[in-house]
Design a binder for this molecule. Structure first.
Ligand SMILES: [Zn+2]
Length: 217
């Protein structure tokens, strides 16, 4: 493992954890985030620690194959879920998992969010699917999340919350915010007759354009 890369990942995870906390996407010590170091290692937030007092060296370096970790702090119990997503998605370098309010409301109703908002389909790739309910921190939950995330950057988790993944942790953070916003829009639109889905060809166009062509050269 490249120690410099691991250190940079620890700093990034710690900073993003604090940003996530102040964003209101998580309450207390719930939720967890990670960044990939390489094909074998990732860095993840420790289990049950207050986000506002975290320091970079407390971010836990975990072997994704064995789930063995360095140091005295235990990694988040959902480390196995993060590891399975990195192993399935070589392009993914950052993952954020929250129990944010609106996402959780839709997830407890066990509904998926159809493709209804432009930013949702651009950033997350289309509908926001629902990962089946499984016990937190199990390989079964990991497999359910991997399945729901196929071709997507975000998913809901039944009765549990939401998860986003992307090429960078900063993008995964935006993904978590977009899931929460889409869930809120979905719920409010239900009050006035329900949302109208975007046409499928537009979903494909937006998703491809944003992932591959958007932004400055
Ligand atoms: Zn959770």
């Amino acid at each position: 493992m490249d120690r410099e890369k691991a250190k940079a990942a620890q700093a990034e995870v710690c900073k993003t954890a604090k940003d996530m906390y102040t964003s209101g996407l998580v309450a207390g010590t719930w939720g967890n985030i990670s960044a990939r170091v390489d094909d074998e290692y990732m860095v993840i937030t420790p289990s049950g620690m207050a986000y506002d007092s975290l320091s970079a060296d407390q971010m836990v370096i975990v072997n994704m194959n064995t789930l063995e970790y360095e140091g005295s702090l235990k990694p988040s119990i959902e480390a196995v879920v993060h590891a399975m997503i990195y192993q399935d998605r070589p392009e993914v370098n950052g993952i954020m998992h929250t129990h944010s309010n609106y996402a959780l409301a839709v997830a407890t109703a066990r509904k998926e969010i159809p493709p209804i908002c432009e930013d949702q389909v651009q950033i997350l790739g289309g509908s926001i699917r629902l990962a089946a309910y499984e016990m937190p921190g199990t390989r079964e939950m990991g497999a359910a999340c991997v399945e729901a995330l196929k071709g997507r950057q975000g998913a809901l988790i039944a009765n549990h919350g939401a998860i986003s993944c992307d090429k960078t942790l900063a993008k995964a953070f935006i993904g978590s915010q977009i899931i929460e916003k889409a869930a809120m829009v979905y719920l409010f639109s239900m009050l006035i007759g329900g949302p109208v889905e975007l046409p499928q060809e537009d979903v494909e166009f937006f998703s491809d354009f944003f992932q591959n062509k958007y932004g400055q050269r």
